[in-house]
Write a new protein. Structure first.
Lengths: 572, 316
């Protein structure tokens, strides 16, 4: 009898071991807002990175390299890295084994169709610029996508050519690096689209397509297949058996819950139902000492735009007034206490700028020199004494009597809690710093800040968080929105010297010489500081909690690659 | 009666038209740039706005809007939340979870509200009445999303009895329903309290009426008199508070759906307003108005049946 019981126990144990050995490796993650559409051509939402990263296929893919400290590009649909066959002409060979989840081949025709549709001038896809002009600029691509009837451009003139069924050629406007070419073709906008469904969803005048509106109207081609998608609830991915590079991926299934409420996300994290959590400003304090917490610089430097045309502010056009405001910002308090464990920043070029080009600008010698200059003024540029000096100069310059009290209007969206708290802090702080000469009042707006600024004159300060992803390749491009040539510019202060220096950075000669580009960017940033184009405040820091059961492909955060969660493994 | 019903339907259609018009103007007059995004080139933004006739005068935009709905039955296409998808299809896809949530909420609210109201009235001025009355005040005055957060914290985090979020891919009906218990509970507390409060008041008034005394003197027991006379008479005004409650519950579910990640209409309305998805917002406002108007129509008709004097122009 005892033997029988023992045998039964052994059998049960064996079954348990066997079942755990065969246990599905299921990765549980979340999005704070669902992907609006699966068509990478027509949505600017970054939430699209998730389904396309797992279930889509692009020409190249970034994976962790052997050092586990960096990443490298491998061909996904491409058979190998791009080859420069003549000046500015890059040849890309395609894998014959690449195919859709239904087994149909992906070849040069697929690539040509996908890119042609992305740039289609009638479709007016929101992501067209991510193919035409990002890390590299493709000949006539922008001209084709933005053409008007007055200046037509033929598709044949665009620098994207099919050579044979498994080879394409890309012609760029200037000299670029192999990495830049790869970076351009890892973007979600350049993921392949499945022609039969794309065409089936096209409306009569070919101005829009329903491709990717639902899971049934989209085709997977990546390492996973989109098994189900209940919008605003959950996306489920399972392994794609037809995928040609399975060795890089370890999860069997991926469940992406759409969880809009932070509390719910925290509860699921605490229950172990999520493998990843990005705590917000209100939650970070709970986890700040958690060994599972990792951090990284983000693309965003929160800043404050200054109106230089407020008819009710006598100092409005003065650069000394701008400098006074710059030095009056106690960024340490605002970044650490109000924004919640973020980095104070007296400079504007973000912490990811340049990461696709081999060296992050902020870590480079020219970038560090600018930071040092700022810190000489005070911590992250904060120096109340200097602020008072500049304000006195501004008063004198503008002929304003010393006893005049000026009330600045800070316009912001009241629902933005971090900026609201910042505004309230500044309302207390600025009169103290400026000995009562400067007061702060608020104007709340419900529309976007840009719409507000286009319709209002009487405002002085307006928070902003615009960032430009192209700065990951070319650091200077983060200033792009502050040029007079940018139609939807969020400010009204333009400076000739600043624009001339931007043009220098933007020249092909400088862009092709990265060390020089870093130096020219530093010059640009110095002009930016001299003129206070706007007030930099806080360098965004991303915090993530990563479950212990995940084995990551890298040992530390790699700019441009992150933690490589898609390539992680589950080790219970 | 038929004339009365046709009159009410006519009034309903007129109201829908007014709601459509008001929704359009309120949404379109909001100072918002639909495609504003620094990553999208101004040329593309212009083209997309042009396609939506946003550069035309507002009155012309209104003409296109009415033309689409009245002549083509086309409410337009979503531009932000589900770009390219017909807004009518979006509403239809998401109607089921909202309806289930609201239906079960009402299903739970009515018997529990009646039970609580009856017990409180029959045990008037006892500790039981005080407890129920206190709960009624709390449930009516505190918004449903506060209870939702509390329930979520207590019953999914402290004592994990229920799943934290709605499970849209539940393997069976029970699992799906289990994940809806908390949102249903959170939505039901207010209506339960409302019904209980009404019924308690009505029942107390009826119990102290003279015909109840007459019923007792005829030889009926207290229970028989209460059930046959007091309870029935008290239910007449209650019936007419229950139907409009559907609208109230649907209003509450706007936030509850978001809290529990229920992929219904409620969260969609909030998101579409925030995103500036004009066509979707207007279509959803019309949808909610339609639900409200249908419930009002049902109430009006039921009033007409109960009390012929209420029928408007019903052959005096």
């Amino acid at each position: 009898m005892k033997k029988l019981i023992l045998l039964a126990l052994v059998l049960m144990l064996a079954l348990c071991v066997a079942s755990s050995a065969n246990a599905e490796k299921a990765f549980h993650t979340y999005l704070t807002a669902d992907t609006p559409i699966l068509n990478g051509h027509n949505s600017v939402e970054t939430s699209l990175d998730t389904p396309i990263g797992y279930c889509g296929a692009t020409l190249y893919r970034a994976i962790a390299d052997e050092s586990r400290l960096n990443y490298k590009y491998i061909g996904e649909i491409a058979a190998e890295l791009p080859e420069e066959i003549s000046e500015n002409v890059w040849r890309i060979a395609l894998r014959p084994e690449a195919c859709w989840a239904n087994g149909e081949p992906i070849n040069a025709d697929t690539v040509m169709y996908s890119f042609k549709m992305l740039l289609d001038p009638v479709l007016a896809n929101q992501m067209a610029d991510f193919l035409s002009d990002a890390s590299i600029t493709i000949v006539n691509a922008k001209e084709y996508s933005k053409q008007t009837s007055d200046a037509p451009v033929a598709w044949e003139d665009v620098g994207i050519k099919k050579i044979d069924d498994y080879t394409i050629e890309i012609t760029t406007t200037g000299s670029v690096t192999q990495n830049s070419v790869c970076a351009q073709f890892t973007n979600r906008a350049t993921a392949m689209v499945y022609e039969p469904l794309y065409e089936a969803g096209m409306n009569a005048d070919r101005t829009s397509t329903t491709y990717g509106v639902t899971a049934d109207q989209w085709m997977s081609a990546g390492p996973y297949k989109l098994e189900s998608w209940v919008h605003d609830s959950v996306q489920t991915y399972v392994r794609n058996e037809n995928y040609w590079l399975p060795e890089y991926f370890n999860f069997d299934t991926v469940e992406v819950r759409i969880i809009k409420e932070m509390n719910a996300r925290v509860e699921l994290w605490e229950q172990g139902a999520l493998d990843y959590l990005s705590p917000d400003a209100n939650t970070i304090e709970t986890y700040i000492d958690d060994p599972r917490l990792v951090e990284n610089s983000s693309l965003t430097v929160f800043h404050i735009d200054i109106n230089c045309k407020n008819p009710e502010n006598p100092l409005t056009a003065s650069i000394n007034y701008r400098k006074a405001l710059y030095h009056a910002m106690n960024r340490e308090v605002i970044a650490r206490s109000i924004f919640g464990y973020q980095e104070p920043s007296g400079t504007y070029v973000n912490g990811q700028a340049g990461m696709f080009s081999g060296e992050i600008y902020r870590d480079s010698e020219p970038g560090l020199a600018v930071t040092a200059r700022v810190n000489e003024w005070g911590p992250a540029g904060y120096n109340p004494e200097l602020a008072r000096e500049y304000l006195a100069k501004a008063y004198e310059e503008c002929g304003v009597s010393e006893d005049t009290v000026i009330t600045l209007i800070m316009a912001f969206d009241e629902s933005d809690t971090a900026w609201k708290a910042t505004a309230e802090y500044l309302k207390e702080e600025l009169p103290v710093i400026f000995e009562g000469k400067i007061q702060l009042d608020f104007d709340f707006h419900t529309e976007s800040a840009t719409a507000y600024k286009q319709t209002h004159d009487v405002w002085d300060l307006s928070p902003n968080d615009w960032s430009r992803s192209a700065s990951r390749t070319y650091p200077y491009t983060c200033f792009y929105y502050y040029l007079s040539t940018y139609d939807s510019h969020p400010n009204n202060f333009f400076d000739e010297e600043f624009e001339a220096q931007y043009a220098v950075c933007d020249s092909e000669e400088v862009k092709s010489d990265y060390p020089r580009l870093l130096e020219e960017t530093a010059k640009l940033e110095n002009i930016y500081l001299d003129k206070v184009i706007h007030i930099p405040m806080v360098q965004g820091v991303g915090y993530q909690l990563i479950s212990d059961r995940l084995e990551l492909p890298v040992d530390e955060f790699v700019p441009g690659f992150g933690w490589g969660l898609i390539y992680a493994d589950i080790v219970e | 009666m038929l004339k009365y019903i046709l009159g009410r339907i006519g009034a309903m259609l007129l109201t829908i038209f007014l709601v459509m018009t008001l929704s359009f103007w309120i949404i379109r007059l909001m100072p918002m740039t639909i495609f504003e995004n620094p990553e999208v080139s101004p040329e593309v933004q212009y083209k997309l706005e042009e396609r939506m006739h946003l550069h035309e005068p507002k009155i012309v935009q209104y003409y296109y809007f009415l033309e689409g709905i009245i002549l083509k039955g086309d409410f337009g296409t979503s531009v932000k939340l589900r770009p390219g998808m017909d807004v009518f299809d979006i509403i239809m896809v998401r109607i089921q979870p909202t309806m289930v949530l609201n239906f079960f909420s009402l299903l739970v609210s009515i018997p529990l509200g009646i039970l609580a109201g009856t017990v409180a009235a029959l045990r008037r001025n006892t500790w039981l009445d005080h407890v129920i009355s206190f709960a009624i005040v709390i449930f009516i005055s505190v918004p449903s999303f506060v209870f939702a957060s509390l329930l979520q914290y207590c019953l999914t985090f402290l004592w994990p009895v229920f799943p934290t979020l709605y499970n849209a891919q539940a393997p069976n009906v029970w699992q799906a329903f289990r994940s809806m218990i908390l949102p249903i509970t959170a939505l039901s507390l207010g209506p339960i309290a409302t019904i209980a409060r009404y019924l308690r008041g009505e029942l107390i008034e009826t119990l102290s009426s003279e015909y109840m005394l007459l019923a007792r003197t005829k030889g009926l027991t207290q229970n028989e008199a209460t059930w046959s006379h007091a309870f029935r008479n008290s239910m007449v005004p209650i019936a007419n508070t229950i139907i409009p409650m559907i609208t109230g519950i649907m209003g509450g579910s706007l936030v509850i759906e978001k809290l529990f990640s229920v992929p219904g209409e409620g969260g969609l309305l909030v998101d579409s307003i925030m995103a500036g998805d004009h066509f979707l917002t207007v279509a959803l406002l019309i949808f909610y108005s339609l639900i409200s108007l249908i419930t009002i129509l049902v109430v009006d008709i039921s009033y007409g049946i109960i009390d012929p004097r209420i029928r408007i122009g019903g052959g005096k």
